[in-house]
Design a protein around this ligand. Structure first.
Ligand code: NAP
Length: 479
């Protein structure tokens, strides 16, 4: 912690906020303040934007191999510092150290992946149908980007955007979530060490997100917004981006259905459920939010899931043997408590958990609810906590209709041993990603993203870099 930067990173320099403001970073396991970081205001944001705009042209001209090698070096440094970064992330966000180490590896992998993509940016050439013109297609960076990230994956949500932006030749202003600024500042220091030129990445930590970001989106200097966060904020930022016609990528909320058919392998389904529900204490956009279980296996599934959930150890993420850390803050925990209370008032039975423990920290126990009413608020709210809500169904058409009955469409999970059914159901559920007999879909080599109100565009995979590139078409007469 002592070496972690706490200032703004602008134009390659570490700076205090212009008005000297700072904000506290809390440890969600104790409620204590870990440290203070600079709290940027609009003046700092303009400075960061200016650095990104001024650096763009020169940065776009760098050799793809040079950009690739910066990413590769940063990938290696991140892996060398796995333990240090994992402790930092656990301190500010709460997840158990083992999960934090997993996130460090996942985050680093975006840099390795995009270091490989940086040198494969292609274009095209051809003769137009009338035979009078040649066409030459080249791809160029979209320009200075504003990157806004959430607190739940403090490192990986940064590298998933910074990796392709560097590979494509874009400069950036990164605004991390105020709960978890330290991971982003540590990442900026690593990129600087890896040789990233000054001004390419600028980081503004702030508690004044609206005041800092809105002028940038409306100002004309920023050409691209890449946002990960809630649908409500995404919608607001889309409206703000409309004025200067800023290109946008949106990774928004989810309401994942987890469907277990009568022919599912229940061992696989319970393992998958533990991953899809409990990764990151349930604070993931990919978290299973609605368990639809065929009535013939619902009781057995509920019993087994409750047994596994009840055996998890809850405590501070730094303590050995802990499986479930605290939720991000009291507001987050209060929301989970209210959703459980509402479900119980509407007739749900608590198989395990459901009671907030006494004492400091934002802990909430792994909880399984069964006989959940479809009217419960958690059916159309991201729970963002360790609560599994089980509903039953009778047939395939019915469960597909119910799974799709939501404005979101990020991910869905389908458990069945029948190939025909697996394909049929996957094709009919309205989501960007499907986990078939697995509870984990995220991978840097796969396109991550949703349909409907879960977002626009994809991150990662071969298409991830496209979000940061524009085509230019050159018409050349045939003479
Ligand atoms: P959030 O409240 O939408 O915040 C996300 C980021 O947006 C934070 O940095 C936040 O800063 C910032 N923000 C909020 N209002 C803003 C404004 N007016 N202008 C500019 N920036 C603004 O979401 P969260 O609670 O941090 O994260 C949880 C959400 O993210 C969930 O809905 C989850 O599903 C989603 N998520 C999606 C993905 C995906 O890939 N689809 C991945 C991870 C998380 P402040 O906190 O200071 O407002």
């Amino acid at each position: 912690m002592t070496d972690t930067p706490t200032q703004l990173f602008i134009g390659g320099a570490w700076l205090d906020a212009a008005d000297g403001a700072t904000m506290p970073v809390d440890d969600p396991a104790t409620g204590e303040i870990l440290c203070h970081v600079a709290d940027a205001g609009p003046k700092d944001a303009r400075l960061a934007e200016a650095a990104a705009v001024q650096t763009q042209e020169e940065w776009a001209r760098t050799a793809p191999r040079a950009r690739s090698e910066i990413l590769r070096r940063a990938y290696e440094i991140i892996l060398e510092r796995t333990d240090e970064l994992a402790h930092l992330m656990t301190a500010e966000m709460g997840k158990p150290l083992a999960e934090a180490r997993g996130e460090v590896a996942y985050a680093a992998e975006f840099f390795r992946w995009f270091s490989e993509e940086a040198v494969r940016i292609d274009g095209g050439a051809g003769i137009l149908p009338d035979g009078r013109n040649r066409m030459l297609l080249s791809r160029r960076p979209v320009g200075p980007c504003l990157l806004i990230t959430p607190w739940n994956f403090p490192l990986a949500m940064g590298t998933r955007k910074i990796g392709p932006a560097i590979a494509a030749g874009c400069t950036m202003v990164l605004k991390p979530a105020p709960q978890t600024p330290l991971s982003s500042l540590a990442l900026a220091a690593i990129l600087q060490e890896a040789g990233l030129p000054d001004g390419v990445l600028n980081v503004v930590t702030t508690s004044r997100a609206g005041q800092v970001c809105e002028p940038l989106l409306r100002g004309g200097g920023i050409r691209k917004l890449s946002f990960t966060g809630s649908t409500a904020v995404g919608r607001l930022l889309l409206a703000q981006s409309a004025e200067a016609v800023v290109r946008t990528s949106m990774e928004l909320g989810g309401n994942a259905p987890f469907i277990i058919f009568e022919d599912a392998d229940l061992d696989k389904a319970v393992d998958g459920a533990m991953l899809a529900k409990m990764r990151n204490m349930g604070e993931a956009c990919t978290a299973a939010n609605r368990f639809f279980v065929h009535h013939s296996v619902a009781e057995e599934f509920g019993r087994r899931l409750a047994e596994r959930m009840g055996a998890l150890v809850v405590g501070p993420g730094t303590r050995d043997g802990v499986d479930v850390g605290p939720l991000i803050d009291r507001t987050g925990r209060g929301k989970v408590e209210a959703l459980v209370t509402d479900a119980v008032e509407r007739g749900a039975r608590v198989l395990v958990g459901g009671r907030t423990p006494e004492g400091p920290g934002c802990f909430y126990p792994p909880t399984v609810l069964t006989d959940v009413s479809p009217e419960s608020r958690l059916m159309d709210t991201e729970i963002f906590g360790p609560v599994a809500a089980i509903l039953t169904f009778d047939d395939e058409d019915e469960v597909i209709r119910r799974a799709n009955d939501t404005p979101w469409g990020l991910v869905g999970y389908v458990f069945t041993e029948g190939l025909d059914r697996a394909l049929r159901v996957s094709e009919r559920i309205e989501v960007g990603m499907v986990g078939l007999n697995t509870g984990l879909v995220s991978n840097p080599a796969a396109p991550f993203g949703g349909v409907k109100q879960s977002g626009l565009g994809r991150e990662g995979g071969r298409v991830g870099i496209d979000e940061f590139l524009e085509y230019q078409y050159l018409a050349i007469p045939m003479r």
